[in-house]
Design a protein around this ligand. Structure first.
Ligand SMILES: [Cu+2]
Length: 350
């Protein structure tokens, strides 16, 4: 008999609450306390199960049983969201700017939901990795050190030479444990790009957490805004190549527990990237407002004014919005299943 999976349970159980015991038994968890799936099941009002302690969320599902220990994880989604790493700059003989970073791959256990541990791989100890920020046309140099127990690389999206591509058989190829290399290329084209490990099995190397974003500002910069980075991801906690948890910036419900503070009428710019493995499509839906959408951020002209966009893995885009009214406005994947398993949050407009 084929093993019972979360997906099959979601299909076969009309109300999540009824499936709580089965989910608890199915999804491995490291602690004696309730799993995220169980929290989820109990917290779903439609399930008619125990009343959620997070009723303050307006009836939306969440994880019970405390908060993730961000300090133990070594990163906090509330800091990652506004953390852009401009690197270290110097001048090249031809007058151009050289911008440099050091990225190290490593392996460490993180808590992705209260009491749910995950054996993660990361760049610089955080998931997503640092959000690198540069200006169009600069020279970029990234020193890579592999501090993990498996071969890894960094494959950057962008326009560059073959040896800088970070794949097997080109340039330094796969970097063995303890090894290092340097990736160097021009910051082109302007826009929003991603980087990730490109060692096979690729799905595992990405799903473990080896990815991040690079933002290249156009020479004629975008208007001043409150800028946010959101990397849509998920975690396969029982290695069945299906995700049990979904999030923006790794920790499900983080921006529901503590909404993102923004100002009324101020321009908000969201750099949105989808790195989600195992699911074909991800999406972003905003409540109470619309946004302009710039796919890949490679044009200054938006292609759409909408409240919902979708991205397959590797797709990304810039969202620009202003909130005309104060209050709390939800955002989430419009796949309800992802929402209920962590990918949702709030903007709090003051
Ligand atoms: Cu890797």
């Amino acid at each position: 008999m084929a093993p019972l999976t979360r997906r099959k349970l979601l299909r076969s159980v009309p109300a999540l609450g009824l499936g709580a015991a089965a989910l608890h038994a199915t999804i491995p968890h490291s602690h004696g306390t309730a799993t995220a799936a169980e929290h989820e099941a109990h917290g779903t009002p439609e399930g008619g199960a125990a009343a959620p302690h997070n009723a303050g969320r307006g009836g939306h599902a969440g994880f019970r049983g405390g908060e993730v220990d961000h300090r133990a994880n070594g990163f906090d989604p509330h800091e990652i969201i506004r953390d852009f790493d401009w690197g270290k700059t110097s001048k090249l003989p031809d007058g151009r700017t050289l911008r440099e970073w050091t990225l190290a791959a490593g392996e460490h256990e993180i808590e992705i939901a209260p009491g749910v541990k995950f054996a993660a791989w990361s760049y610089n100890g955080r998931i997503p990795g640092p959000t690198l920020r540069a200006k169009e046309g600069e020279r970029l140099r990234i020193r890579f050190f592999n501090g993990g127990d498996h071969p890894h690389t960094i494959h950057f999206h962008g326009i560059h030479t073959a040896p800088a591509d970070g794949v097997l058989g080109l340039g330094a190829g796969e970097i063995p444990p303890g090894g290092s290399t340097v990736y160097e290329f021009d910051a082109l084209p302007f826009g929003l790009h991603l980087y990730h490990c490109h060692v096979r099995p690729l799905a595992e190397h990405i799903a473990k957490g080896l990815y991040g974003t690079i933002v290249i500002d156009p020479k004629d910069p975008r208007p001043k805004a409150d800028e946010l980075i959101m990397v849509m991801n998920g975690f396969d906690t029982n290695f069945d190549r299906a995700n049990e948890l979904y999030a923006a910036n790794t920790i499900g419900f983080a921006y529901s527990d503590r909404p993102i503070q923004v100002k009324r009428d101020e321009l908000v710019r969201v750099y949105l990237v989808n790195v989600l493995e195992y699911d074909l499509i991800n999406s972003f839906h905003l409540h109470g407002n619309f946004f302009h959408y710039f796919p890949t951020g490679t044009s200054m002209q938006p292609v759409e004014f909408t409240d919902t966009i979708m991205q397959c893995q590797g797709q990304r885009g810039i969202l620009e919005m202003r909130f005309p009214y104060a209050g709390k406005y939800m955002f989430h994947a419009h796949q309800s299943e992802f929402t209920e398993l962590g990918w949702m949050g709030f903007f709090e407009v003051s």
